[in-house]
Write a protein that binds this ligand. Structure first.
Ligand code: PLP
Length: 372
């Protein structure tokens, strides 16, 4: 952790793990061959790509490593999925609280003639399954996020997958906030496609993947060479891919202890906040990603709180980081029907595995200075 700051914005990005940094170095310094070349010097990067694909497939319970396609980030995976849905399905169903990587792709698809329905959520951010079911027709495409980035709510993914399949639809989930943080098994859940991003689980920025279940037809995203089964051309970023796989494996190997640690910190923060006398409202469902604490303070200004906390060395977010230039109320807080006076005073604290009890105490004492 950088000295003198308390980093509590782990939903925006995470600190790279030391193991991942180390794993990366070898492919930057020594094993720099283009993995597609046939000579002996390319053997090691080629093997590293294969191993990384296998590791990631195991970590998410995929049937085969071939179902993992490397992309440059979560946004790219999401864009690809929606553009493919535009080409193949035309009718798309998503939720009102998706990340803009999905929502803006859907708006683009609409501008080209797709029909998109935006399914509402309840006050905790859980997707209305009845409404979804009423909207589905055979051959449609469904994309609902695994866990929301602003309020942490985990969606009933297995139920949505089942519903989609019962109606003859394909189901994709944007799992950027979930992979590496909660147990995920794509086969058990019945997911057809899943987006993930390396930097959200202690891997590097600029690398992600898309899980595509065998049998699902995808149009290529980038046309060129034969990389990534001909679906996403371009010389592979072996160093970043290896580091992403290393980081994911590390998180999955310590998943239970990480979850317990983060949940303990979360409880500590909330009990200290309760003791402090600060009035607040907590957003999100009981079933949420560990450490995602969305707090709304009545008649306060979330952005002003963020800047005052920043001055005290504490990094949090107002809505999602990608929204930080916008001052209006986030689409997620609107969709859960949060009162405007509360929505305006909302901050998002996201604790991660590297946070400590001391961090939590500093956050609450800073909140007391700012709000009391
Ligand atoms: N989807 C969700 C739910 C996210 O939270 C984010 C990033 O915050 C993204 C997609 C975009 O991921 P990336 O930063 O890798 O493009």
């Amino acid at each position: 952790m950088k000295k003198d700051i308390v980093y509590a914005d782990n939903a925006a990005t995470t600190q790279m793990s030391e193991k991942a940094v180390e794993a990366m170095q070898n492919y930057l310094r020594r094993e720099y061959a283009n993995a597609s070349q046939p000579y002996a010097f390319a053997r090691e990067p080629k093997k590293a790509l294969r191993n990384a694909r296998e590791t990631i497939a195991e970590c998410i319970g995929a049937k085969s490593p071939d179902e993992i396609i490397f992309t440059s980030c979560g946004t790219e995976s999401d864009n690809w999925v929606i553009e493919n849905a535009l080409l193949q399905h035309r009718n798309i169903h998503t939720s009102q609280i998706e990340h803009h990587a999905i929502l803006n792709s859907c708006a683009f698809a609409e501008s080209l003639g797709a029909k998109v329905s935006y399914i509402p959520v309840d006050k905790d951010g859980v997707v209305d399954l009845k409404e979804l079911s009423n909207n589905l027709s055979n051959g449609d495409f469904v994309s609902v996020m695994f866990a929301n980035n602003e309020i942490g709510t985990i969606e009933p993914i297995a139920d949505i997958a089942q519903l989609s399949h019962e109606h003859g639809c394909i189901f994709h989930t944007d799992a950027v906030q979930a992979v590496g943080h909660i147990p995920i098994n794509v086969q058990e859940l019945g997911v057809d496609m899943l987006s993930a991003s390396g930097h959200k689980f202690n891997g590097p920025k600029g690398i992600g993947f898309l899980y595509i279940r065998k049998g699902i037809h995808m149009s290529p995203l980038i046309h060129g060479g034969a990389q990534e089964s001909g679906l996403r051309a371009g010389t592979e970023n072996v160093a970043a891919i290896v580091a992403m796989a290393t980081a994911l494996k590390e998180n999955i190997s310590h998943l239970d202890e990480n979850i317990q640690h983060i949940r303990r910190l979360e409880s500590l923060l909330l009990s200290l906040l309760e003791e402090s006398g600060i009035k607040y409202h907590r957003n999100g469902a009981a079933n949420h990603t560990p450490g995602n604490i969305s707090l709304s303070f009545p008649n306060a200004d979330g952005e002003a709180i963020l800047h005052r906390l920043d001055f005290l060395g504490i990094c949090v977010s107002t809505g999602s980081a990608c929204d930080s230039k916008e001052t209006q109320i986030s689409h997620v807080l609107k969709a859960i029907g949060l009162d405007e006076s509360l929505a305006k005073g909302t901050i998002r604290i996201t604790l991660g595995k590297n946070n400590t009890e001391d961090d939590v105490m500093q956050i609450v004492s800073a909140l007391k200075r700012v709000l009391l």
